[in-house]
Design a protein around this ligand. Structure first.
Ligand code: GLA
Length: 393
């Protein structure tokens, strides 16, 4: 089916059309997320500051009387069939079904017992491979749906950890915990300050006054597995190893203050590793300052921190690119815009801008024009309204 904005009622109808009438399916929703600030530091023991937005992926699910599993997606071709007693393994030909099998394989490792199989139909309003966590929405939305369907009683935090475990063990992506965590635990109108060193969080009201977050999609697709994500992670591990070997007994890169890094950083002689570490230390500092700024309604200051974060991701961490830089640069000279940066892993995907509500229309028009002129194709823009964590509808 051609991609369009889907709503749960339409999904329910399609489900019955596909699998036949009988018991109504249960429908679950998982949001997309933006990361306000704190990029590439979740896997370095840092604090990150994401929020859910009101773009959802839906999972319709119904138990079967046999042990079959049937997966369909409204916008992707192909039906995938398995059996709940299968020994699930990643296979490139299984496409999105890998995300689902990865979760089931983690559930089985936790000794979840399935008395029968089930059928699902998925439909998403989250642009895929677009940097606002379409894959975590799929993992966590599906995991929550299965958890509720079979009354496994797995907590939201454990659903997030399971999503991450599946990425590590099944999908071969060494991601942090940020995306799965915010998608599983988000509350409306709040952002979350997530401490990735001990996996705890604090909800922070997202009081933006007259400002709105505009999500700017480069439409340059990428999957984490194809990107330099794992390479960045190894470079950080190398930085930590050097610091430790030089006698600085720190648990992770983000536990270093900027002042400590000033003193100790010279032990890292490789320029690339040095810059990766510098990004982690300065980004952590910006997160703490951003949260204080938001709590004290100092939005202009928050905006400046967003710009600084982008610069560091571009120059020190090198995960930006011409598309993201063009969006942020174009945003930065628009009336009403007080901050912008790439969000998520980078290498394409999305950026966000903090824009006064009276200027969002002209903002989008102007940034779109500049982007299209320079990049040769158009981007996609929308206001990221507040969303909620995984839930049944
Ligand atoms: C991806 C990962 C997250 C995080 C971000 C970068 O979205 O899934 O864990 O590392 O990149 O901040």
């Amino acid at each position: 089916m051609a991609r369009h904005e889907i709503n749960p009622d339409e999904l329910r109808k399609e489900f019955i059309g596909l699998y036949g009438s009988g018991k109504q399916p249960r429908i679950f929703a998982a949001p997309a997320r933006i990361n306000i600030i704190g990029e590439h530091i979740d896997y370095n023991g840092g604090k990150v500051f994401p929020a859910a937005i009101d773009r959802y992926l839906y999972v319709a699910i119904r138990r079967r009387s046999d042990t079959k599993l049937i997966y369909n997606d409204l916008f992707f071709d192909g039906t995938y069939e398995f059996d709940i007693n299968d020994d699930f393994k990643f296979a490139a030909t299984n496409d999105y079904a890998n995300f689902l099998n990865g979760i089931l394989s983690c559930m089985k490792k936790r000794d979840c017992h399935f008395p029968c199989g089930f059928e699902v139909l998925i439909a998403s309003n989250v642009p895929s491979a677009g940097g606002i966590s379409s894959s975590s929405a799929l993992e966590c939305g599906f995991a929550w749906a299965v958890n509720q369907t079979f009354d496994f009683g797995i907590s939201r935090k454990d659903i997030a950890l399971m999503g991450q475990q599946s990425e590590h063990e099944f999908m071969n992506v060494n991601c942090g915990i940020m995306d799965q965590y915010i998608i599983s635990t988000a509350k409306k109108d709040t952002a979350e300050l997530l401490d990735c060193a001990n996996i705890t969080h604090e909800y922070v009201p997202l009081k933006l006054g007259d400002y709105r977050f505009i999500v700017m999609n480069t439409k340059k697709q990428r999957r984490l597995a194809d990107s330099k994500y794992n390479e960045r992670r190894s470079q950080c591990e190398e930085g930590l190893r050097i610091l430790k070997a030089t006698g600085h007994d720190i648990p992770n890169l983000c536990s270093m203050t900027p002042a400590q890094f000033e003193q100790w950083g010279s032990c890292i002689t490789d320029d690339v590793i040095f810059r990766r570490v510098r990004h982690c230390v300065t980004e952590m500092d910006r997160v703490l300052k951003s949260v204080e700024a938001l709590k004290a309604d100092r939005l202009e200051e928050l905006g400046q921190l967003l710009y600084a974060s982008h610069k560091s991701l571009k120059e020190d961490y090198e995960v930006s690119g011409i598309e993201l830089d063009t969006l942020v640069e174009a945003a930065s000279h628009q009336k009403g815009c007080i901050g912008a940066r790439m969000t998520g892993a980078g290498f394409g995907g999305c950026a966000i801008a903090l824009v006064h509500k009276d200027f969002t229309g002209t903002f989008i028009q102007n940034v779109q024009a500049e982007y299209t002129k320079k990049i040769g194709y158009s981007g996609d823009f929308f206001a990221g309204g507040a969303g909620e964590g995984v839930k049944e509808l």
